[in-house]
Design a protein around this ligand. Structure first.
Ligand SMILES: [Zn+2]
Length: 85
């Protein structure tokens, strides 16, 4: 029975399952889907290149969010130093 042939993820070449997102170029695995922007859900209208871009943007956002508390921390620390002098 070749009906449920496992498709490789069109972004990373990893394994995909029945529940994974379909896009114009094939399928997107869970790992790649996790890296997309949180608000992104338009897999069916996107080809491989657009999805790859979306994935990079998602990673960029994740890095940005992780940096935010750190930047706020540094800002506060600078303020405290200024006030004490
Ligand atoms: Zn993948």
């Amino acid at each position: 029975m070749g009906l449920f042939k496992k498709e490789a993820c069109c972004l990373c070449g990893g394994k995909t399952g029945l529940m994974d997102k379909k896009c114009l170029s094939g399928k997107v695995c869970k790992n790649c889907a996790k890296k997309m922007s949180p608000w992104f859900d338009n897999y069916k209208g996107m080809d491989k290149a657009s999805l790859f871009q979306e994935k990079q943007m998602g990673i960029g956002n994740a890095v940005l969010n992780r940096n935010m508390p750190w930047q706020a921390y540094v800002r506060n620390k600078c303020k405290q130093t200024d006030e004490s002098e």
